[in-house]
Design a protein around this ligand. Structure first.
Ligand code: ADP
Length: 250
């Protein structure tokens, strides 16, 4: 039996008594590529933070690789690219290499020292992202596209099995964005990395992802793009034209 990368059952979440997520139940199979879309404020980032244990969940259950979140400790198996990191302070005093190396801390217990294995992993990740030649540059000095690549190199440095990206392309120009999506596609198909991509770009996510999670505090839709496309409920909700703009299958 295949274990789901992520399973969520009956998850609700509130900030100071205000409901943001309501009764979320879904399972993300290993190796899937899920596009997470929904209006602003629909709880997308909140859901990602719940999955990562950054928001304390009081109602509902989350498991990663079949392990309940409360006892999950293999954080090096998860890569995360948070939202808003592109707004880095230009004077942030760390080089590209140092930022990527920090990603290695997730797999370490006390005392958290770096060793040869870390150097190799950092080198590999810099190579993969094509930024080995700028490893000594300060992260804050880079263009949006290069900085995003450095941050993705950090998220990938432990060769994670699940990659969670929260609006990663906001700061990217169209060409860099294309390359970025291509890289995610390769990671997903070649390494089998499970990808969760939060995006406001509901009209292009269908080109890349295999499944769609449409959130509006609750799950409006979760399934494959084919299912989305042929769902009469979704036609009722979005209208025929928008439904097909989102599904992008024909
Ligand atoms: P999305 O990612 O879909 O734009 P968010 O998960 O960021 O949505 O936010 C969902 C709702 O929760 C919004 O109304 C937002 O204002 C609120 N919210 C987000 N973070 C916090 C926080 N730390 N404290 C209080 N309210 C928050």
């Amino acid at each position: 039996m295949q274990i789901n990368a992520i399973s969520i059952a009956g998850l609700s979440f509130a900030y100071q008594g205000v409901d943001v997520l309501r009764d979320i139940t879904c399972a993300i199979p290993t190796g899937d590529y899920v596009g997470v879309v929904g209006p602003n404020g629909s709880g997308k980032s909140t859901l990602m933070r719940c999955l990562l244990g950054l928001n304390r969940v009081e109602r509902g259950e989350i498991s990663l690789f079949g392990v309940p979140l409360a006892t999950f400790s293999d954080w090096h198996r998860i890569g995360y690219l948070p939202q808003g990191l592109q707004l880095f302070n230009p004077n942030f005093p760390a080089t590209v290499e140092e930022v990527v190396r920090l990603g290695r801390l997730a797999g370490k217990r006390f005392p958290r020292r770096f060793d040869k294995g870390d150097t190799t992993a950092v080198d590999k990740s810099l190579e993969l992202m094509g930024i080995a030649s700028i490893r000594k540059r300060l992260i804050g000095e880079l263009s949006g596209g290069l900085r995003q690549r450095a941050l993705l190199a950090r998220a990938l440095v432990n060769e994670p099995e699940i990659l969670i990206l929260d609006e990663p392309t906001t700061a990217l120009d169209p060409d860099t964005r294309e390359n970025f999506y291509k890289l995610l596609h390769d990671l997903n198909t070649e390494r089998g990395t499970t990808v969760l991509l939060v995006t406001h770009d509901s009209s292009t996510v269908g080109l890349y992802a295999s499944r769609l999670l449409y959130l509006d505090k609750r799950i409006v839709f979760y399934g494959t793009f084919q299912e989305f496309c042929s769902s009469s409920d979704m036609t009722g909700l979005f209208g025929h034209q928008n439904q097909h703009l989102i599904c992008r299958r024909h």
